[in-house]
Design a protein around this ligand. Structure first.
Ligand code: ACO
Length: 314
């Protein structure tokens, strides 16, 4: 049995093609001013011929490099994605093969909460001793399920990947996690296909999603701090799902956390669903903001709805 599961490496990857707000305003009735003021997003990335697996491979290798772990040392791979490359096999198995690992690998689907669900699952494997080194990846090619003529959704989403390597440790790592789902919100945020092999696009009741996200995430953030006997002042960083700056700042305000303790990267990549938290985490680790030993509150909410939080020492 391991006492803690600790993050020992992070990685991320964004595909090179940039789509700015001005680019979008050439094809749909919107503007840089509207998108920036309502969402905080300035640009997003879009794959050309890269797959969800291709993005995951680069993010995973970056995380493995930072961790100093060879793929052969991994005991488990969990890939959180809403946009798997195929109905089967799991994109995680393609990732396993591409990086040269030989451990079990599975996909986990919990939309924008996918990374929090995957990290919590990985922590359970580590704490029971069933695994010692786990690669957790969030990778998305959401551009494939965005209706680029729908200005309500096309402005929000982007493609990308983020990854962490978790290891069993005596040193403090993940301290607390909590997950929730409520499937009664299906129609608020879903993909509108009726059969699994039919193309569908993201359909969203934006205002409703906004209100639910703020209320669920702020009460969860407060409950998480309370469960860890921590005050907001003791928290070093909030690393939220990068959906909308107004959701993020409303949650931060409700838990009395100043925005200079919140990692915000969505201006550069938009909402990348399951990839957004590890992407933001990796950017802030690599630019030196997040330091070893600091406390992190990760939280996310996703379609239809699932949501969750993790409090960890980095
Ligand atoms: N460009 C210009 N105008 C627009 C656009 C656009 N892209 N989209 C809508 N409008 C117009 C509307 O038609 C409306 O016009 P009207 O007043 O003449 O009727 C006006 O702008 C206001 O529209 P609202 O939908 O009320 O705008 P709102 O302030 O709610 O912002 C948004 C919309 C950005 C989608 C917001 O509701 C939101 O962010 N919701 C959360 C969605 C989200 O983050 N989803 C991600 C998945 S879940 C998650 O990750 C939390």
């Amino acid at each position: 049995m391991n006492k803690f599961a600790r993050i020992i490496g992070t990685g991320s990857y964004l595909p090179p093609m940039v789509v700015t707000n001005d680019d979008l305003s050439k094809t749909i009735d919107t503007s840089d001013e509207w998108i920036t003021s309502r969402t905080g997003i300035k640009e997003r990335r879009r794959v050309t011929d890269e797959s969800t697996c291709d993005l995951a491979v680069i993010a995973a290798n970056n995380a493995l490099d930072m961790a100093g772990i060879a793929p052969s040392e991994l005991d488990l791979i969990i890939l959180a994605t809403t946009t798997p490359d195929k109905i089967f096999p799991a994109t995680a198995t393609m990732l396993q093969n591409a990086i040269g690992a030989n451990c079990p690998a599975f996909d986990l689907q919990s939309v924008c909460a996918g990374f929090v669900f995957a990290l919590t699952t990985a922590e359970q494997y580590i704490k029971t001793g069933a695994a010692n080194k786990v690669l957790v990846v969030g990778s998305e090619t959401l551009s494939r399920i965005v209706d680029w003529n729908d200005r309500a959704t096309a402005i929000l989403f982007g493609d990308g990947a983020g990854a962490v390597v978790l290891s069993g440790s005596e040193e403090t790592g993940i301290l607390h996690s909590k997950l929730f789902s409520d499937g009664s919100y299906l129609s608020s945020l879903q993909v509108n296909n009726t059969r699994i092999n039919e193309t569908g696009f993201i359909e969203m009741a934006g205002n409703e999603v906004f209100k639910i996200a703020v209320s669920r995430l702020s009460s969860l953030a407060q409950d998480t701090l309370t469960a860890c006997n921590m005050t907001a002042e003791e928290l070093d960083w909030m690393v939220p799902h990068q959906a909308n700056i107004r959701i993020i700042s409303a949650v931060a305000k409700r838990i009395n956390t100043p925005m200079d303790k919140v990692i915000v990267t969505l201006d550069k990549h938009g909402n990348t669903s399951a990839a957004s938290i590890p992407l933001a985490l990796d950017i802030a680790v690599r630019d030196g903001r997040i330091q070893k030993g600091q406390s992190l509150l990760l939280e996310g909410i996703g379609g239809g709805f699932s949501w969750g939080s993790i409090l960890a020492k980095f």
